[in-house]
Design a protein around this ligand. Structure first.
Ligand code: NCD
Ligand code: ZN
Length: 350
């Protein structure tokens, strides 16, 4: 038996940055999202990537087919921007209501990003069209220049790519995804319009020590890589501030354990299953439980021009920790669940 010690109710949350993958992995992970989240922005970095509106339509159908019976969940589709993307196809995707955003991966920045953009000049016609029709650009904000230290890649991206792009196309709506630095937070906070940022669950909880102290810990490795503690504190402050420019994007990114626990492990942390428990813990620590709804359920839809969900979710704090599995089993193999390294006492009711 569990003993409730507190509870909060919020509108059902959404996840504004999610990797669902495909095939057996998709079937294995989607229920962890649809159990708690009404909608999610679905990342297009499949192999091969989701490049055209017709790719996105087919992928959406596969996602809906994999949903557990009875779950209501709306996948919000994105297109993977390449140097050959057609502006007309992008516009068609938006007009048909299928496409919510276009994703910019600098080539080589992260998992399955080799087909991304090398020369932003080549993507300008599409970006200009997006600015015109009001379609947001989701950005993986890291440069890939080999000379730039991996811990500096976000800050350098802001100065050398993002800021020049926004000056050139001020009408383009840009979501800076998975912000990991105080530089990112400051940049977003200083923007007057057309810029917002998503923050992951794990970047509110871990700093880079989690990856490197006491042995190398592949299940804390993701991209952008977690930074030093001062950055984590800046992220926490922004997420719990209530500022409408910041919202949840879990970046839950499942990889099977053998692909993480090896000499060249993949980047990605799997958090869909315990994100809401983790967030309630963080917001309670920051004395901001009353702002969890803004972060997880209100600011994201407002930014993307959608109504917040009408359904409610209740979180209950119980004396006994919530038992989450250490791993989930999928048809593709086992996937380790994010361990926040503290017991989780907030449970999603029902
Ligand atoms: C993501 C993945 O595995 O697809 N990995 C990650 O570490 N976040 C890609 C990404 O969003 O960078
Ligand atoms: Zn991601």
């Amino acid at each position: 038996m569990t003993t409730p010690t507190a509870e909060i109710t919020l509108r059902r949350p959404d996840d504004w940055h999610l990797h669902l993958r495909d095939g057996e992995m998709l079937k294995g992970v989607i229920g962890d999202t649809s159990r708690h989240f009404a909608r999610a922005i679905i990342m297009p970095n499949l192999v091969p990537p989701v490049v055209t509106t017709s790719d996105a339509r087919a992928y959406r159908d596969r996602i809906l087919a994999a949903l557990p019976a009875g779950d209501r969940f709306e996948p919000l589709m994105t297109l993977y921007l390449t140097e050959h993307t057609s502006a007309d196809d992008v516009e068609e995707g938006k007009k048909s209501g299928l496409i919510t955003a276009v994703k910019l991966y600098p080539a080589g920045a992260t998992t399955n990003s080799h087909g991304g953009v090398r020369d932003i000049e080549k993507a300008m016609p599409v970006l200009e069209r997006m600015a015109k029709i009001g379609l947001p650009l989701c950005v993986h904000g890291e440069v890939t220049t080999p000379e730039v230290d991996i811990f500096d890649r976000e800050a350098v991206f802001i100065d050398t790519v993002l800021d020049p792009l926004r000056r050139r196309l001020p009408e383009l709506k840009v979501t800076m995804e998975h912000v990991t630095t105080s530089d990112g937070i400051d940049y977003i906070s200083s923007a007057e319009k057309n810029l917002a940022g998503s923050i992951t669950t794990h970047h509110l909880i871990i700093n880079r020590n989690a990856i490197l102290v006491g042995g190398i810990k592949p299940h804390y490795y993701c991209l952008p890589v977690a930074k030093r503690e001062s950055h984590r504190l800046a992220l926490r402050k922004a997420a719990t501030s209530g500022d409408a420019r910041f919202f949840l994007g879990t970046d839950s990114a499942p990889h099977v354990d053998p692909l993480k626990e090896c000499a060249c492990g993949c980047a990605g942390i799997y958090t869909s299953i315990n994100t809401m428990s983790c967030l309630a813990h963080v917001f309670e620590e920051e004395d901001s439980l009353d702002r969890l709804e803004a972060f997880a359920s209100l600011n994201g839809p407002a930014w993307y021009g959608l109504a917040p969900n009408e359904e409610r979710m209740t979180l209950v704090r119980q004396l006994e920790p919530v038992a989450y599995p250490a791993k989930i089993e999928t048809g593709a193999g086992p996937v380790t669940v994010f361990d926040p390294m503290f017991p989780l006492h907030w449970a999603v009711a029902g």
